[in-house]
Design a protein around this ligand. Structure first.
Ligand SMILES: [Zn+2]
Length: 378
């Protein structure tokens, strides 16, 4: 595969102009001064005035002249690339980096990669982020009654604050994620007090929205202003509760602040599993101490045992009939679907063959990656 940067627009200034003109003016140039579309001519071989850096003057790319208003312009006029000495192909590189990076790109990184000054890199980063911001905060999140996750994260170092324990000196960022449109908005806040958070939520969320937060106290009061307020308890083992999981957000926060809250994995299993595991095919009856180990294992904080409810049983019945799966396996499938868990791990060959055929979105059924069966030492 060719390098993403092999396209000439990333290293050739003339090609970069050509590419931008094709995007902005698919029908041919338009004068940004008077709006004319005819009597516009390209000015070739134009140079800037001689300077110390360019004693012979620098070639001006993509210059046009309008003979209606006699104004000169390039395609950069009126775009985010206007009024910047940085060459257009470097802007393209910056935009590419920022769009292809999961965690965003810092000004320092742009400065090193593009070889421009830090000041220019900072400017480029801000302009491109501003251009990428969609909707201009116009449409409030959750306006169709959808779920909006809100969580805070602490990053970097707030200027002028002495370094202290925990997060006191860090910058506080409030993030809202619209689960339906999959858009996120982050706001840097002075503190995480209810009085600070409430106006931000009011401004960015529709009243019909269903709010989802962790159990932190600062969301309790404002939560009453929305259609619903669902709380996920990170402190306890409840990590995936039907639709309510701040996992989307945590992934976002996790990618941003390295390794924050890592190791928080939750295994969800049906209560049926306990009965199944304790029944060892044809083997001798489990000694009491091993039984205790096993029971203890299922009480570990990262395991959530889900009861077989009437709803799950009814869903399982459908799975038995529609997918020709044995009732006990159908219970596991129905539990996963019911809790909106995307992956079911099993060693059962027949069940493995049904991956991608049940539920919407289709449930992935795969072999456990880790730990292996038998790791319990039984
Ligand atoms: Zn004009």
């Amino acid at each position: 595969m060719a390098s993403a940067f092999s396209n000439s627009r990333f290293h050739d200034e003339a090609a970069a102009f050509k590419a931008l003109e094709a995007i902005i003016w698919p029908e041919g140039p338009t004068c940004p001064h008077c709006g004319a579309v005819d009597r516009i001519n390209r000015l070739e071989n134009q140079k800037t005035k001689a300077s110390k850096k360019h004693p012979e003057g620098k070639h001006i790319h993509g210059l046009w002249k309008c003979y209606h208003c006699r104004g000169k312009f390039t395609v950069r006029k009126g775009t985010v690339f206007e009024d910047s000495p940085l060459e257009l192909h470097l802007w393209f590189q910056a935009a590419f980096l920022m769009c292809s990076s999961k965690k965003g790109v810092s000004a320092n990184q742009l400065h090193r990669t593009l070889g421009c000054t830090l000041k220019t890199a900072w400017f480029v980063g801000h302009r491109l982020r501003e251009a990428m911001r969609d909707g201009g905060f116009a449409v409030p999140f959750g306006s169709t009654g959808g779920m909006v996750e809100v969580d805070e994260t602490y990053i970097g170092h707030q200027k002028g604050k002495p370094k202290k324990r925990a997060f006191h000196h860090k910058m506080k960022v409030l993030t809202l994620v619209d689960r339906e449109t999959r858009q996120a908005r982050s706001v840097v806040v002075e503190n995480i007090r209810p009085a600070t958070i409430a106006p931000i939520l009011r401004q960015n969320m529709a009243r019909e929205a269903r709010l989802m937060t962790d159990e932190a106290g600062h969301y309790l009061h404002i939560g009453r202003e929305f259609a619903d307020h669902e709380i996920v308890r990170h402190g306890q083992e409840e990590y995936v509760r039907g639709e309510a999981h701040t996992n989307t957000m945590l992934n976002c926060a996790r990618a941003r602040s390295k390794g924050r809250r890592t190791g928080e994995v939750l295994i969800v299993t049906s209560a049926l599993t306990i009965a199944e595991v304790l029944w060892l095919k044809g083997g001798p009856k489990l000694p009491q101490e091993k039984l205790t180990v096993l029971r203890k294992f299922f009480r570990r904080s990262f395991i959530r045992v889900v009861n077989v409810t009437r709803t799950i049983s009814e869903d399982a019945q459908d799975v038995v009939w529609n997918n020709n799966i044995k009732p006990k396996d159908a219970i596991h499938v129905a539990t996963a679907i019911n809790l909106k868990i995307g992956v079911l791990e099993t060693f059962d060959g027949h069940l493995l063959g049904q991956t991608g055929t049940i539920g919407s979105p289709p449930l992935i059924i795969r072999k456990p990656i880790a730990p292996k069966q038998g790791d319990l030492g039984l």
